[in-house]
Write a new protein. Structure first.
Length: 413
């Protein structure tokens, strides 16, 4: 009885939730990648899964899932098609988070916590509903505004204003690995690239468009792929450095004495030429869907798990979700590249071997990066795919403020 009383009257732990935006698991050295991209993540005590499946294929749906513990079909924060008969129509709309769902910040506020959020991704904000409930919020006003050293400095600034007498919930989105990528510095551990890539500003005849349309010659693709991988790996290394700086600020400020509950994951990965794709925002190939998931306390299940488990881990209530990743048409790429894989409605299910894929009504088995038509029906999964396709249709509502926000962030032309 005494031990229970002590547990009930002790100060609750400070909680830190970090999303490494656009970091695919197989390009982290913590998960075995040959380049040392994530030495900080690899050095942390705790448990790390390298086979976690993101709940969405781009920023908005995954973050909405992390904050509410629900999948995109329930929280509604995802892209819409144009509403025309064919699903590959031009899309330029997205729904914000369902306002009736409780967010992590609201849950921690109700428990007496002070809640702070710093986001390097301009889409992760209060308007989209992702940061609803946070007391103090700092969000990048555009790409590159809170990259590199600037982001941990902003975190340090907010911690300096926080009340040391109140328990803390801190959320940080580190967006260094998200395009547009910055140039590789001279002291980078690899590469030698001095110019950046800005996919978010590409035009119709750009190498990006020509590649995913299958029109880029091999002699042009080779150097482009090398530069793309070098820039991406360097960006992950920079994100990991920022992670280390954020954790160091917490230690220096005494926020993690005797310890914090820390959860780290990513919202999606990135295509680097696999399957004829670059960028992210659609499809359920592992390169876009499989991310790291770390917890400072407890053990993660082996094999395929859902990155949505981050929600329960942050709350200190580990839960298990069905490892299904839902890919919605991206608000910008589908409009720009009609007929490509970015315009398909795809759902992947990692809970069986081989993985099952629902692709615009057809079922496939996927193994080792190859899909074959499924010979046995999967009626429940097929029904789920049909619900995803229905939910992605335009309902005619337009939120012009959201549209302008996405345009300013580079998601719309």
């Amino acid at each position: 009885m005494l031990s229970l009383l002590l547990a009930c009257t002790s100060r609750p732990p400070n909680v830190v939730f970090v999303v490494l935006d656009t970091v695919r698991a197989d390009h982290t050295s913590a998960c075995g990648y040959t380049r040392e991209t994530t030495p900080v993540l690899a050095s942390l005590d705790g448990d790390l899964s390298c086979t976690a499946v993101a709940p969405g294929s781009w920023t908005l749906p995954s973050h909405a899932s992390f904050m509410t513990g629900t999948m995109p079909l329930e929280h509604g924060a995802h892209s819409l098609t144009s509403g025309v008969g064919e699903l590959a129509g031009t899309s330029n709309r997205a729904r914000p988070l369902n306002g009736e769902l409780r967010t992590l910040a609201e849950s921690f506020t109700a428990a007496g916590y002070q809640t702070l959020a710093v986001s390097g991704n301009p889409v992760v904000n209060e308007k989209m509903g992702i940061l609803r409930g946070f007391e103090q919020v700092e969000v990048a006003t555009g790409w590159g505004r809170l990259f590199g050293d600037d982001l941990p400095a902003k975190v340090d600034e907010l911690l300096g204003r926080a009340d040391p007498e109140r328990p803390l919930f801190l959320f940080v989105n580190i967006a260094d690995a998200h395009q547009p990528w910055r140039a590789i510095r001279d002291d980078a551990p690899w590469g030698g690239v001095t110019t950046g890539l800005t996919w978010n500003k590409t035009k119709e005849e750009s190498p990006w468009i020509r590649y995913i349309q299958g029109e880029l010659p091999d002699e042009e693709w080779g150097p482009l792929q090398t530069r793309t991988v070098d820039l991406y790996d360097n960006a992950i290394r920079r994100a990991d450095t920022s992670l280390g700086a954020v954790l160091a600020s917490l230690e220096t400020g005494g926020w993690c004495e005797p310890g914090c509950r820390v959860v780290i994951t990513a919202d999606h990965g990135e295509f680097l030429g696999e399957h004829g794709l670059l960028d992210h925002g659609h499809e359920v190939w592992d390169e876009n869907a499989v991310v790291p998931l770390y917890t400072s306390s407890g053990e993660l299940a082996s094999g395929w798990i859902s990155a949505l488990d981050a929600h329960g881990l942050v709350l200190g209530e580990p839960v298990s979700h069905a490892p299904i990743s839902e890919a919605w048409p991206h608000v910008r790429r589908c409009a720009r590249v009609r007929g490509s894989a970015f315009c398909d409605i795809v759902v992947g299910d990692w809970s069986s071997a081989p993985k099952t894929v629902w692709l615009d009504g057809e079922l496939f088995d996927e193994a080792a990066g190859v899909r074959t038509a499924r010979t046995e029906p999967a009626p429940e999964f097929a029904a789920h795919g049909a619900l995803v396709r229905k939910a992605a249709r335009d309902d005619g509502r337009v939120d012009f403020e959201v549209e302008e926000l996405l345009r300013a962030a580079g998601y719309l032309d």
